[in-house]
Design a protein around this ligand. Structure first.
Ligand code: HEC
Length: 271
């Protein structure tokens, strides 16, 4: 077993660590062509994350260009550091020492985060699985990052999410019908608790109604856009490659015509 785990770790280091909490990750399909989504994601990042996390391998200017944001709007609405210039890297003044004493951990730079994790799924799930836990210093815990040092930065938007108590969940036959006790004929159930509920297709969370300013769907969309933006950050060249790729294909399509005619001429000359 141990040997198998080491082999797996060597082959798929990311997949294995991401799945370590045991909670199945929600899937997230990024869409870099959706510019409004990337712009909304940038706005959320600059409003709720930049105070603690940097994007220090990227400049404001490149971000504005790629996302189709005019420089003046970018400076006015998305760059909150009064000393920052459009050509600067996206950093913040939080020192490692302060972060360590305030949060017990240093907030990592997020430029390459989704690439480090191998997919945007972990980030997407992480932002959807904060829940209330009064035993934690900031009153929040996370299903895919146990005992996380980060406070729930989007709490005012999402509202208070609580883990459900244990529930009785029907035991199912392989064909999906409910299983009965062979003697009493009563339906059989299992007690399922916390994150285990997700495996039975039941959300493990309950939202305290009215505690957040967004509806559940709106919050999910906001997290989608933010994840989409951070996915773009991990590989901003992807947009260029697609654009150039299209021209290359177009060029090849046109080039095919003279190349074909030329080859026909050569063949004629040979015979
Ligand atoms: C008040 C400071 C603070 C804010 C605001 C904040 N974070 Fe964090 N974040 C942290 C700290 C501290 C950690 C490290 C937690 C740990 O390692 O226990 C962290 C960890 C993370 C991680 C996990 C990193 C890992 O090691 O895998 C992600 C992802 C993340 N933050 C994303 C975000 C996003 C996205 C936002 C904006 C919505 C945000 N954070 C806002 C402080 C913050």
């Amino acid at each position: 077993m141990r040997f198998l785990k080491i082999c797996l770790l060597l082959l798929f280091p990311v997949a294995v660590t991401a799945a370590e909490s045991g909670f199945p990750l929600y899937e997230m399909e990024p869409d870099l062509r959706d510019q409004p989504s990337l712009q909304r994601g940038a706005r959320t990042f600059m409003n709720y994350c930049i105070g603690c996390h940097t994007l220090k391998y990227q400049r404001y200017k490149r971000t504005a260009e790629d996302l189709g944001i005019p420089v003046s709007l970018m400076m006015e609405h998305l760059v909150f550091d009064p000393n920052a210039k459009i050509g600067d890297l996206i950093v913040n003044p939080l020192s490692d020492d302060n972060a360590k004493s305030w949060f017990g951990a240093i907030p990592p730079d997020l430029t390459l985060y989704t690439r480090l994790k191998g997919s945007p799924d972990f980030l997407y799930t992480y932002l959807l699985t904060f829940y209330e836990d009064t035993s934690r210093p900031f009153g929040a815990n996370n299903l895919v990052y146990e005992n996380v040092g980060m406070p729930h930065a989007l709490l005012e938007l999402q509202g208070v999410q609580q883990l459900k108590e244990c529930m009785d969940v029907s035991r199912l036959n392989p064909n999906g019908s409910q299983m009965r006790d062979p003697v009493t004929f009563e339906f059989l159930t299992d007690k399922v608790c916390g994150d285990e509920l997700q495996k039975s297709g039941i959300s493990p969370f309950e939202l305290v109604q009215g505690s957040g300013s967004l509806s559940e769907d709106e919050y999910q969309e906001l997290v989608y856009d933010l994840t989409n933006f951070l996915y773009y950050m991990g590989d901003p060249g992807q947009l260029d490659r697609e654009r150039i790729g299209r021209w290359v294909l177009l060029f090849l399509a046109f080039f095919f015509v003279p190349a074909y005619l030329l080859s026909r001429e050569y063949k004629k000359a040979m015979h």
